[in-house]
Write a protein that binds this ligand. Structure first.
Ligand SMILES: Nc1ncnc2c1ncn2[C@@H]1O[C@H](COP(=O)(O)OP(=O)(O)OP(=O)(O)O)[C@@H](O)[C@H]1O
Ligand SMILES: [Mg+2]
Length: 303
């Protein structure tokens, strides 16, 4: 591939990202070395954002596939158009390429989200394509991957339903990078960037939204808390609520109840309670809200 200087790529990709210097450096090193990698991290931790920025910079496609029980090898590789097969018999011509073959032919990144949910025979097909950088398709021939073809897998470490336990042979064929949640400052930067919140009210909303969203990740009754997407939506919803209610000042009394209402909308569907917890998402959010706005108002106060 026309490979631009890697430090130049790093610099330009970094301009699209808030933080994530280390994750970008390591991911870039892995893909630039010609290797495939699994990114293991909870939702909303910049995996897609980073890959989009890298592939855009390289000018190659990024193809998404969701790993689930229905992802058969045929779906990944492709199939012969049945109507045309009846008319013309099998030929390379009536083969409809699946995302794996497309990514190989176009030299793109095949991004398989929830990799560990894919069935084992699908994983095996993928491993063979990764090892050989080519794939033999019956009645079509051998497809050889362009040099920029990569397989990037992602997994959510909290995911435990419907997942395959990946065998050691799968792990042995992949590089791996564990990605955690961003720190609070980076999340505030991301939320500000994505919501364009500004002014005293906007800045206060960003801080509160990030704080309560982060609190959902450590609450004892929650198995998996909300990603930064919840904080983004919380700010957007709260801004509209503020307009509806004519609220302009974060220091006024209706501010805290407004944040709670926005939390219910933006976060209640994004938190996953522990099976054993005898509570509701709204109740848990109420506790988090009280903790920030009633028990520790000093933390929430501006300045
Ligand atoms: N480092 C970052 N810089 C700018 N925006 C970011 C960053 N990280 C995340 N975002 C924003 O947060 C949202 C979620 O990020 P992203 O889609 O990259 O997460 P992900 O790790 O791919 O999550 P999932 O596992 O759910 O697919 C997006 O709207 C994205 O714009
Ligand atoms: Mg993603």
């Amino acid at each position: 591939m026309p490979r631009p200087d890697i430090t130049e790529t790093q610099r330009r990709v970094a301009a699209h990202l808030v933080g994530r210097e280390r994750e970008l450096e390591l991911t870039l090193a892995a893909v630039a070395s010609g290797r495939d990698i699994v990114l293991e991290g909870p939702p909303g931790t910049s995996k897609t954002t980073m890959l989009k920025a890298i592939t855009e910079e390289w000018g190659i496609p990024l193809m998404f596939v969701e790993g689930n029980a229905d992802l058969t090898p045929a779906k990944l590789v492709g199939h012969h158009n049945p109507a045309r097969v009846l008319r013309e018999d099998y030929s390379a011509d009536n083969f409809v390429a699946g995302p794996l073959v497309e990514a190989m032919q176009e030299g793109g990144f095949l991004y398989i989200e929830e990799f560990n949910r894919a069935p084992e025979d699908t994983l095996n097909t993928l491993l063979t394509a990764m090892a050989d950088r080519s794939i033999a398709i019956p009645r079509v021939g051998t497809v050889v991957a362009k040099p920029t073809f990569r397989v990037i897998a992602s997994m959510n470490p909290y995911d435990n339903v419907g997942t395959t336990r990946l065998s050691t042979s799968v792990h042995d064929r992949l590089n791996r990078l564990a990605i955690g949640y961003q720190d609070a400052a980076a999340e505030e930067g991301i939320v500000t960037l994505r919501t364009r919140a500004s002014g005293a009210l906007g800045e206060r909303l960003v801080r509160d939204a990030v704080a309560v969203t982060r609190a959902t990740r450590v609450h004892p009754d929650i198995r998996q808390g909300s990603s930064v997407r919840g904080a983004i939506d919380l700010v957007l919803v709260a801004e509209q609520l503020a307009a509806l209610r004519g609220l302009e000042d974060a220091g006024s009394e209706p501010y805290a109840p407004l944040v709670y209402d926005a939390m219910v909308v933006a976060l209640s569907g994004r938190i996953h309670l522990d099976e054993a917890a005898e509570t509701t998402p709204e109740q848990v959010l109420r506790e988090i809200w009280e903790d920030r706005f009633i028990l520790q108002p000093a933390v929430a106060a501006p300045g």
